[in-house]
Write a protein that binds this ligand. Structure first.
Ligand code: SAM
Length: 214
């Protein structure tokens, strides 16, 4: 999702106290920023923020950080959070490639990927957020028992992800090809894309994985 350049987006983002402008400076210090030692859960590619603001409102004992590459998209999430002012939610504009520069080892307890861009061409496979290159970055920041949760309506990307996760030594804990009719749907908060695609009748796929630590 890339919206047209929105005038004033960068300024509005820079002015929000909920946006962390220099996230590398927080590496190792996220607990201090939130003022508690609650677990940190992040969403990569949060889009307009419906999922993460819903999660933060429903789970005040978890600290949430939303990551989005484009200012024009992040702006919508910033506007939502400026209204809600949830104390356990912060937002960052960055490319997820830089995750290990922003989070220390063991600083993140869960990573959410929702309706990630499919990058269907083989030559772009490394850009998929469930590719080996990204799983290696997640490994650098996740706690030993940390989890990855991934939802999509894209069957090819889901199948690629199941394979990639296992090939890279991770473990699939749960998976469904019809989330909305499965027990994994308990407590599910829909994303913008999820609402749109499920309204069209598309099944939603979901997997939960960890790094295989006992
Ligand atoms: N998660 C939202 C949802 O389900 O409604 C948005 C899905 S949209 C298809 C994917 C989003 O991921 C886009 O907003 C895109 O800018 C963002 N994105 C893609 N690659 C990214 C990356 N490497 N780092 C951060 N954000 C990324």
């Amino acid at each position: 999702m890339r919206l047209k350049n929105v005038p004033g987006a960068r300024e509005a983002i820079a002015d929000s106290k909920f946006v962390v402008l220099y996230p590398e400076q927080q590496k190792g210090n996220w607990a201090a920023l939130f003022g508690n030692d609650h677990p940190v859960h992040i969403e990569i590619g949060m889009g307009k923020g419906k999922f993460l603001t819903g999660m933060a409102a429903a789970h005040p004992d978890i600290n949430y950080i939303g990551i989005e590459k484009y200012s024009s998209v992040l702006l919508r999430a910033v506007q939502k959070q400026e209204e809600l002012r949830l104390p356990n939610l912060r937002l960052i504009r960055m490319d997820a490639e830089a995750l290990p520069e922003v989070f220390d080892r063991n600083e993140v307890a869960r990573i959410y990927l929702n309706f990630s861009d499919p990058w269907p061409k083989d030559r772009h496979a490394k850009r998929r957020l469930t590719s080996g290159a990204f799983l290696a970055r997640y490994h650098e920041v996740l706690t030993r028992i940390g989890r990855l949760e991934f939802k999509t309506d894209n069957r090819s990307l889901f199948e690629f992800s199941l394979e990639s996760i296992v090939e890279n030594g991770w473990r699939i804990l749960e998976n469904t090809s019809d989330l909305h009719h499965s027990e994994l749907n308990d407590g599910n908060i829909m994303t913008e894309y999820e609402e749109r695609f499920s309204a069209l009748g598309n099944p939603i796929y979901k997997l939960i994985a960890d790094q295989g630590a006992e």
